[in-house]
Write a protein that binds this ligand. Structure first.
Ligand SMILES: [Zn+2]
Length: 73
């Protein structure tokens, strides 16, 4: 089986805030060289930062979502 390597960018879940489902932005912080994701909604301050790569930020966002959903299950 010759499967192309799966990059985090290919995963089906996207950049959505775990709390309000608004799109979240991911950006590289030029000051620290790390990546961060941030909810775009004005009334929501959900954010994660300090990730070494875009992929790490995405994985962290997924984990955040899972933890958040566990709390309210
Ligand atoms: Zn949000």
């Amino acid at each position: 089986m010759n499967r192309p390597s799966v990059d985090a960018g290919d995963l089906r879940w996207g950049w959505a805030c775990p709390r309000c489902e608004t799109d979240a932005s991911v950006a590289r912080d030029p000051g620290t060289g790390t990546f961060r994701w941030e909810c775009d909604a004005d009334d929501c301050d959900t954010v994660g930062f300090g990730f070494t790569s875009r992929r790490q930020a995405r994985l962290a966002l997924k984990e955040y979502r899972e933890q958040y959903q566990n709390i309210y299950r």
